[in-house]
Design a binder for this molecule. Sequence first.
Ligand SMILES: Cc1cc2nc3c(=O)[nH]c(=O)nc-3n(C[C@H](O)[C@H](O)[C@H](O)COP(=O)(O)O)c2cc1C
Length: 178
Amino acid sequence: MKKILVLSSSPRRGGNSDLLCDQFVQGAQEAGHAVEKIFLRDRHIGYCTGCYTCVKTQGICAQKDDMSEILEKILQADVLVLGTPVYFYCMSAQLKTVIDRCVARYTQIQNKEAYLIAAAGENDRKAFDGTITAFRGYLDCLENVREAGMVLAQGVPLKGEVAHTAYMQQAYELGRNA
Ligand SMILES: Cc1cc2nc3c(=O)[nH]c(=O)nc-3n(C[C@H](O)[C@H](O)[C@H](O)COP(=O)(O)O)c2cc1C
C-alpha cells in the first residue's frame, strides 16, 4: 500500500484536470492505496516571498497558512500526482505557488514517484511542452523523485468535456497501476 497525494490545481472544480485526478484516485483506491486529494482552490497558500526565513529556521516558513500542512503531506507521500490546466503554455499559478513554497523543505522531499495530469484547450501535444518542462524542473530539484507517468488531455477547452474521452480510462489505469 502506497500513500498517494493528489494536488488538483485547477480553479475549476469538476473541470478537466480535476476529473482526471478523480479517475486516478479511483484507480489507486481500487488498487488498495491510501489516497488523498487536495483541491488547492479550497486552501490558502501565499506566494513564496524569497525571504529565506526557512533557511535560518531549518524549514519553517515565515508564512502561517495551509502550506505547512500540505508540505508535510508531500514529505509523507510515496506518490505525488500534480493536476493542472495548461495556462499560457505552462502549469497553473496555483500549482506553481505550491512548488515554490516547497523551497522551505525541498531537500527533504525524497524517494517518490510523480505523475503529471494536465488538460489543454488546444488539440496539439506541443501545448504541454512548458508544463512538462516545469514539472520536470521541479523533479530535477528533488532527490530520487522519479517521473512515473503523465496524462496529457488535449483538445478539451470546455469544463468537464474530458469526461467523454479516452483520457478518463488512461487516468484510471495510471492510478490503478500506481
Ligand atoms: C487563463 C487561461 C489560459 C489558458 N491557456 C491555454 C494555453 O496556453 N493553451 C491551451 O491549449 N489552452 C489554454 N487554456 C485552456 C485550458 O487549458 C482548458 O480550458 C483546460 O480544459 C483547462 O483545464 P481545467 O478544466 O482542468 O481547468 C487556457 C485557459 C485559461 C482560463
